[in-house]
Design a protein around this ligand. Structure first.
Ligand code: F6R
Length: 243
């Protein structure tokens, strides 16, 4: 596990974008596993800037996102589909037909997850998986207690995650209660993993996930067992780590 210490959010974003762009340059037809949430927004912004300068080409890139809320249509501003379009897909020359997210509008959870697993297998697996880390140590929407050997599945969000995500919705009532997410097994099968983390409010989660025991109670702790993980975190997020 490599840990890069960034000065602040902007520095973290630039360092993470550097790693993602290196992946695209080294393998133009790579498969990127992507995340939503506040943390990767700066990295996406940086990638768009480099694309606009002519330094990056997304034309052969395929993407598979970690997760999607169940029941939110693509046009809903809080859907992860909408987020990805706003922050990256509509701003670069990616072929939209090769950008995949779980389909939150499929009511039958088994069917939705089966289809998404099929897509991930059909694109040949993920070269570089980008992750954020939840306050409770979740990755994707894999909440504490989740079995490590799951593929895409439907989850009920924990109270803490609902509260954390509330800031994006009109009120807590509007936050969907369920989501489809890649499972830990899917995440762990990516060739390389890049985790971005920012802010003091994540310091406990970082300490537990990367310096504590590997346990389903802290889903991110499983990353300690992956052989190619890069963590890019700012000083505030690393403030409780024995480094
Ligand atoms: C997002 C995702 C989540 C977030 C995590 C951190 O696709 O799967 O695991 O990465 O909740 O979110 P932020 O970055 O908003 O703190």
């Amino acid at each position: 596990m490599r840990i890069y210490r960034a000065k602040d959010y902007n520095d973290m974003s630039r360092k993470a974008a550097n790693i993602i762009s290196a992946q695209i340059i080294m393998k133009p037809d790579c498969v990127l596993g992507l995340a939503t949430g506040s943390t990767p927004i700066g990295a996406y912004r940086q990638l768009v800037e480099w694309y606009n300068k002519g330094d990056l080409d997304f034309s052969e890139v395929t993407t598979v996102n970690l997760d999607e809320y169940k029941g939110l249509p693509k046009e809903n501003e809080q859907s992860y589909y909408y987020f990805m379009n706003e922050n990256l897909f509509s701003k670069v020359n990616i072929d939209k037909s090769r950008t995949y997210l779980p389909d939150g509008m499929i009511e039958d959870s088994d069917e939705a997850c089966r289809r998404y697993n099929e897509i991930i297998h059909s694109v040949g697996g993920v070269d570089l998986q980008l992750l954020g880390l939840g306050h409770n140590g979740h990755i994707g929407f894999n909440e504490p207690g989740i079995a490590f050997e799951t593929e895409t599945h439907c989850v009920s969000l924990s109270e803490r995650t609902i509260k954390a995500n509330m800031r994006f919705f009109v009120s807590e009532r509007h936050v969907p209660r369920q989501a489809y997410t890649m499972g830990i097994k899917t995440i762990m099968s990516a060739h390389k993993i890049l985790v971005v983390i920012s802010g003091e409010d994540k310091a406990d989660a970082v300490q537990q996930a990367f310096f504590g025991p590997v346990t389903p109670q802290v889903p991110g702790s499983i990353l300690q067992l992956h052989n190619d993980v890069t963590i890019v975190a700012d000083e505030a997020a690393l403030s409780k780590c024995p480094l």
